[in-house]
Design a protein around this ligand. Structure first.
Ligand SMILES: Nc1ncnc2c1ncn2[C@@H]1O[C@H](COP(=O)(O)OP(=O)(O)OP(=O)(O)O)[C@@H](O)[C@H]1O
Ligand SMILES: [Mg+2]
Length: 286
């Protein structure tokens, strides 16, 4: 089922001025409910602009954004309700923390929604757990935390609103491999346990291959490719035409195949490579 749809969306920054810049050109996209969708593409191709369309932070010049089949701009006065349903974690959100305690910061969204105190407490604790914010951090000042911890607090703050669609702009940028994995595993758990859809922008093909069900490739303000991992990574030539590529492990397995190793299926993640190689070598993949 489609939860979020962009239909023929156009957007130009500084429209009508000499600085006008077309950032989205004829975008048609359907986001499936309950899946993790990855958005990839070169810097400046329009990813963050498209994300701001999802929750009504920007309004398209033309075209429609449909949430659960309804045009989000039908009644502009209601747009703040859309922002509760589609939660956007912006790039480097750790710079947006402001409250005295981590708990208060995470509670900000649910409080704005007018929820009662018991529900707010429940949501803060659940979101902290999903985002990997430990209980002993909750009563500390967010400013005492490390960069990675602050990032998790900011993600928890959006999760606490329990959005049906959770959108994150490069949530793992600048983190070490363990930090990246913690964030992605937390997002995956949130998706599975809440049934929400998650949309992530990332520059890492490896992370996208490991965690996402569907991929959207943007190029030059347009959707360039869209589909399952197999559909997108299966067409390496098309990706390479715009200077992107398949995950490193996919390249390694094709080289092994060319060298005579009988690995029939395409491989996109290190885990799948391990299973395939162990099977071939007659070992136990467990
Ligand atoms: N507020 C703005 N005013 C004018 N132009 C903008 C504005 N924000 C973005 N742009 C331009 O619109 C285009 C798309 O920007 P956008 O931030 O959506 O790209 P992106 O894919 O998110 O890039 P990155 O990977 O660097 O985050 C770029 O050419 C950018 O320079
Ligand atoms: Mg961006």
């Amino acid at each position: 089922m489609t939860i979020l749809e962009l239909s023929d969306v156009f957007f130009t920054y500084d429209k009508g001025t000499p600085d006008a810049h077309e950032a989205l050109v004829g975008i048609n996209l359907k986001i499936e409910q309950g899946l993790m969708t990855g958005i990839i593409g070169h810097t400046g191709c329009g990813k963050s602009t498209m994300l701001r369309m999802f929750n009504g932070l920007l309004k398209p010049d033309s075209g429609k954004i449909l949430l659960d089949g309804k045009d989000i701009w039908e009644n502009p006065k209601e747009i703040s309700k859309v922002r509760f349903r589609v939660g956007l974690v912006m790039q480097y959100p750790e710079y947006q923390l402001f409250d005295e305690t981590v708990r208060a910061d995470i509670a900000y969204g649910p409080r704005n929604m007018g929820l009662d105190e018991a529900e707010i407490v429940r949501r803060v604790e659940a979101a902290a757990s999903f985002a990997g914010v430990s209980a002993d951090m909750l009563d500390r000042s967010p400013f005492e935390l490390s960069g990675g911890q602050k990032r998790r607090v900011a993600i928890a703050g959006i999760m606490a609103m329990q959005p049906e669609v959770l959108v994150l702009d490069e949530p793992a940028a600048g983190l070490d491999p363990k930090g990246r994995e913690d964030i992605f595993l937390g997002l995956d758990r949130y998706r599975r346990e809440s049934g929400a859809s998650v949309i992530i922008v990332s520059h890492s093909m490896e992370d996208m291959a490991r965690y996402c069900d569907r991929l959207v490739v943007m190029n030059d303000a347009k959707i360039y490719m869209e589909g399952t991992q197999r559909e997108v990574f299966g067409d390496a030539e098309k990706l390479m035409k715009i200077g992107l590529g398949v995950p490193e492990v996919t390249k390694l397995i094709s080289l092994l195949r060319e060298g005579g190793m009988p690995i029939a299926q395409e491989i996109y993640t290190v885990d799948d490579a391990k299973t395939a190689l162990l099977e071939l070598l007659g070992g136990d993949s467990k």
